[in-house]
Design a protein around this ligand. Structure first.
Ligand SMILES: *[C@@H]1O[C@H](CO)[C@@H](O)[C@H](O)[C@H]1NC(C)=O
Ligand SMILES: *[C@@H]1O[C@H](CO)[C@@H](O)[C@H](O)[C@H]1NC(C)=O
Ligand SMILES: *[C@@H]1O[C@H](CO)[C@@H](O)[C@H](O)[C@H]1NC(C)=O
Ligand SMILES: *[C@@H]1O[C@H](CO)[C@@H](O)[C@H](O)[C@H]1NC(C)=O
Ligand SMILES: *[C@@H]1O[C@H](CO)[C@@H](O)[C@H](O)[C@H]1NC(C)=O
Ligand SMILES: *[C@@H]1O[C@H](CO)[C@@H](O)[C@H](O)[C@H]1NC(C)=O
Ligand SMILES: *[C@@H]1O[C@H](CO)[C@@H](O)[C@H](O)[C@H]1NC(C)=O
Ligand SMILES: *[C@@H]1O[C@H](CO)[C@@H](O)[C@H](O)[C@H]1NC(C)=O
Ligand SMILES: *[C@@H]1O[C@H](CO)[C@@H](O)[C@H](O)[C@H]1NC(C)=O
Length: 560
């Protein structure tokens, strides 16, 4: 037995016929595998495009919120079935009228300040990520949205004049202070389409922060629309006269000042000044603007550097972090040296600090148990701040990538650049449903989202054509879900314990806003599929001529 097995074994090993047969079988097998692999790859190429990922779906929805917020005469195909024309008499007799623009949130007031900020952020996201918007099929949509906003902003002041001495800061008002108050947004719960009372247009003659933010919005949009020269020039001209109005024509010698109190009250001016000036530089390439915003004395006003716990919290009110990132972009990609390097480096160091403060290891901000960063220190309406931070962090990751910088040193630890994108993703994922309530805070995304959004138009059936103010309250106070789904609206958000009251009266949880959604849109597009192209390094700087960079002064003549 044993002998036979051994002989068999030897036979197996030695027999050339067996070896050849084995080889032939192997070759056939390999050929078969290669053929299958080839066919699979080929069939993949011819397969329909893959199912859209969550960020693309969320992006498409979050843009639709702007369609739902449109005021005035709507375009023929606005794609929000329950919205119609509204407030066509806004600003009748004032300049060329004040029709159009966006309602701010659940009410029908049009505030120029947050609307401008929203348009600046949307424009910035288009300038960096137009290829991603295109890939998602949303480039024309987002540009239409920006134009709807800037067309309106151009109506709020005499944009064809050489200078202006006022701008309209809001149309409509919320005044629930007294029984005698005229019918207005504060004592009326009504669809915008049903409004027939006169809405005041409130002009403002001393509002430097508002004017500087409006300048930023028009300047950034002028680059988005650079191929439409007529419109782009109009925007640049408007931005120019607004920026002069903001500083009373005194530029760096301006003493500063605060805007009048309002619902959206800027807490300072110098952040909008630096932000507006940086965008003016991008839109015009005129070096007087970069000279201005890199004046050490100016930028250090109002805690632009190392200032307080809110320094890194970009919002409709606070532009420091946005300005720092935009100016750091110039340092990273334009190779500026003298005389700008020192100040640009200061901005850059500051945004690095800001980025580090977002990381989970930092003690600058608390997080909820569910992981939501508390940029507004536990106060209500957190999501708008979180989304702006997510946008900045994702964008900064792409800047580092484009500049071949592997990461950042935060304190004693080095973080690879992906840490900042991961922060942004974690926050977005929380908002889209990865949270203790398993609730998506973006309406219409997944099947579990807020049903009682604080929004007049969404809460009243659209077949109710006429109603008086008090009749509407029954819709506000109804326990039923909203009859209209306001697709893409990001609500104010959960509280510091990850709790959420889906309660229409409680705007602290359920009210959306255009400024909040702009940050959401920007963060989502920045985080779209990593395999698609990153940032567009050049378009933001398209107006800046390479030769505009002053050279250092020549060395003093050699004296022996
Ligand atoms: C998209 O979101 C849904 C719901 O949160 C989740 O179940 C799914 O895994 C997500 N898909 C991807 C590709 O992330
Ligand atoms: C509405 O949707 C159609 C089809 O997708 C599109 O062509 C059109 O531009 C959209 N309108 C607006 C105002 O977004
Ligand atoms: C805007 O200003 C120009 C130049 O000062 C003036 O001619 C024009 O009438 C103004 N437009 C309006 C609507 O007031
Ligand atoms: C106005 O305020 C009063 C008292 O706070 C409140 O009862 C009423 O509901 C408010 N009206 C609206 C439309 O919010
Ligand atoms: C607006 O800001 C000013 C100064 O920044 C402040 O005194 C005022 O209380 C604020 N008003 C509101 C309504 O927030
Ligand atoms: C640059 O801007 C400044 C300030 O607005 C202006 O005085 C100057 O004429 C501009 N230069 C050019 C070349 O447009
Ligand atoms: C973090 O939360 C604790 C406890 O509520 C609070 O005392 C502290 O001030 C918070 N820190 C920040 C940076 O908000
Ligand atoms: C909704 O919120 C309002 C205001 O905070 C409160 O008065 C009301 O009781 C809440 N309703 C429900 C059903 O929780
Ligand atoms: C919303 O939050 C603010 C700030 O904490 C608070 O003053 C206000 O009463 C809250 N509103 C409601 C309806 O709970």
């Amino acid at each position: 037995m044993e002998m036979e097995r051994r002989r068999k074994k030897r036979k197996l090993c030695m027999n050339p016929a067996v070896v050849i047969r084995t080889l032939v079988v192997l070759v056939i097998l390999l050929g078969f595998i290669a053929l299958v692999a080839f066919l699979v790859i080929r069939s993949r190429r011819h397969r329909p495009p893959p199912v859209q990922d969550n960020y693309t779906i969320a992006l498409q929805k979050s843009l639709m919120f702007f369609n739902a917020q449109k005021s005035g005469k709507l375009p023929a195909n606005n794609n929000v079935s329950w919205r119609g024309d509204s407030c066509l008499d806004d600003g009748n007799g004032y300049l060329n009228g004040l029709q159009g623009g966006y309602y701010d949130g659940g009410d029908a007031v049009k505030y120029s300040f947050p609307a401008s900020f929203a348009m600046t952020i949307l424009s910035w996201s288009v300038l960096e990520y137009s290829a991603k918007y295109e890939g998602a099929g949303e480039l024309n949509h987002v540009k239409d949205i920006i134009k709807w906003g800037t067309d309106y902003l151009l109506k709020t002041f005499n944009s064809t004049a050489d200078s202006v001495d006022n701008v309209v800061s809001q149309v409509g008002e919320i005044d629930n202070s007294s029984k005698e108050a005229k019918t207005n947004e504060g004592n009326c719960w009504i669809r915008p389409e049903s409004i027939s009372y006169t809405r005041p247009a409130i002009p403002c003659s001393t509002c430097p922060a508002l004017a500087a933010e409006m300048a930023a919005a028009l300047a950034a949009a002028s680059i988005v629309f650079k191929d439409d020269q007529g419109y782009s020039k109009k925007l640049v001209h408007g931005a120019d006269i607004l920026f002069k109005f903001a500083t009373k024509g005194e530029g760096e010698n301006y003493a500063g000042g605060s805007d009048p109190p309002s619902h959206y009250n800027s807490s300072g001016f110098w952040d909008e000044f630096v932000w507006g000036g940086a965008w003016m530089y991008c839109a015009t390439g005129n070096s007087s603007y970069i000279d201005l915003v890199t004046k050490p004395g100016l930028a250090k006003h109002d805690d632009a550097f190392w200032g307080g716990p809110d320094c890194g919290v970009l919002s409709w009110d606070n532009k420091h972090a946005g300005a720092q990132l935009l100016l750091s972009r110039m340092r990273l990609f334009l190779d500026y040296g003298y005389p700008y390097e020192e100040m640009l480096k200061t901005f850059h160091d500051q945004i690095n600090e800001v980025m580090c403060s977002y990381l989970p290891d930092s003690s600058n901000f608390n997080r909820t148990r569910g992981g939501l960063i508390q940029l507004n220190h536990g106060k209500p309406k957190p999501l708008q701040y979180v989304m702006n931070a997510a946008f900045l962090a994702a964008l900064y990751t792409d800047y580092l990538q484009a500049a071949f910088i592997p990461g950042l040193q935060c304190g004693s630890k080095f973080y690879p650049k992906e840490a900042f994108r991961d922060f942004a993703k974690a926050q977005i994922n929380y908002i889209l449903g990865r949270n203790p309530k398993s609730m998506s805070y973006v309406v219409g995304f997944t099947d579990h989202f807020p049903q009682h959004v604080h929004h007049k138009g969404a809460s009243i059936p659209s077949d109710i054509k006429h109603q008086n103010c008090q009749e509407g309250l029954k819709w506000r106070d109804s326990k039923e879900p909203n009859p209209n789904t306001i697709v893409g609206a990001m609500v104010a958000g959960p509280d510091k314990d990850d709790g959420f009251q889906d309660n229409r009266s409680n705007y602290n949880y359920t009210e959306p806003s255009i400024a909040g959604n702009a940050g959401l849109v920007a963060a989502l597009v920045a985080l779209l599929d990593k395999s698609s192209p990153g940032i567009d390094k050049n378009t933001v700087f398209y107006a800046i001529p390479p030769m505009s960079i002053p050279q250092p002064p020549p060395p003093p003549p050699y004296k022996p």
